[in-house]
Design a protein around this ligand. Sequence first.
Ligand SMILES: Nc1ncnc2c1ncn2[C@@H]1O[C@H](COP(=O)(O)OP(=O)(O)OP(=O)(O)O)[C@@H](O)[C@H]1O
Length: 276
Amino acid sequence: MSLEVGNLQTGNLQVRGLTVERNGRPVLHEVSFAAQAGRVLIVMGPNGAGKTTLLAAIGGAIKTAQGGIEFGGAPLTGLRPAAMAAQRAYMAQHFDCPFAYSVEDIVALGRLCHVGTPRAARDKAAIAAALAGADLASLARRPVTMLSGGERQRVAFAKAVAQIFDRSQAGEPHLVILDEPVSSLDPEHQHRLLGQARQLAKQGATVVVTLHDLTLASIYGDDALVLDRGRIAAQGVMAETLTPSLIERVFKVRVGTAIPDGGPCIVHAVPQDQAA
Ligand SMILES: Nc1ncnc2c1ncn2[C@@H]1O[C@H](COP(=O)(O)OP(=O)(O)OP(=O)(O)O)[C@@H](O)[C@H]1O
């Protein structure tokens, strides 16, 4: 099933014929899909498939060679940077800060796009809510240089949440892009963060997340986009798309256990030379 949508509703993300080159080499080839408001789209694929490149293109962090990216029916590049930042939060795969800013200060950077607008009145509430949501309230004054890898990842998520707090609270369309947001997190915080991503979708966000953990993808994703060597290998509703045969073909592992009918697909991946 295709993730194309005919009539764009406000808040839908539409990517058409996207080609991206890195270092002069195409790494995404004419990728087309839609992500719908109120739903979580999980982007999956092997190392080097182009997931980060895709999210960075949608997040405005890298240039595209060809194709269009529209949000709510308008080109994403058409807005001024501050207006765009108020509705599109992008959490990159890696977050590193060499300076000893506090956790709270880093999360507050997410509010920079609201300076000089009425939304600035909600900065304090936004930062407090984002810190609490990421379980960082007790670390708010700690320099980020003194955090663990997982704690830093939660800071990056909290910054993204603070950025789109206003639209989320108002139930207005916004785009949340999370590139491997749980790669360093313990199981409790993985579920906590992805649960929050689902909650953002419930509040009107269009949520696009990359994950390597196929079980988490199955639990938290409404829709799936599977990339393989820069092209779409499969796309559609999660339960219909993330099948054992797809997993074996694209990820080159066998599925030991899967519970497909309705419930989450619990993926127990074993090497291909070990029959399930
Ligand atoms: N800065 C860069 N310059 C040149 N090529 C790059 C650059 N970054 C990534 N690539 C290449 O682009 C392709 C896609 O990389 P990308 O990071 O998007 O993959 P990915 O699916 O996110 O992989 P992973 O699962 O390992 O994070 C790969 O072949 C990679 O080697």
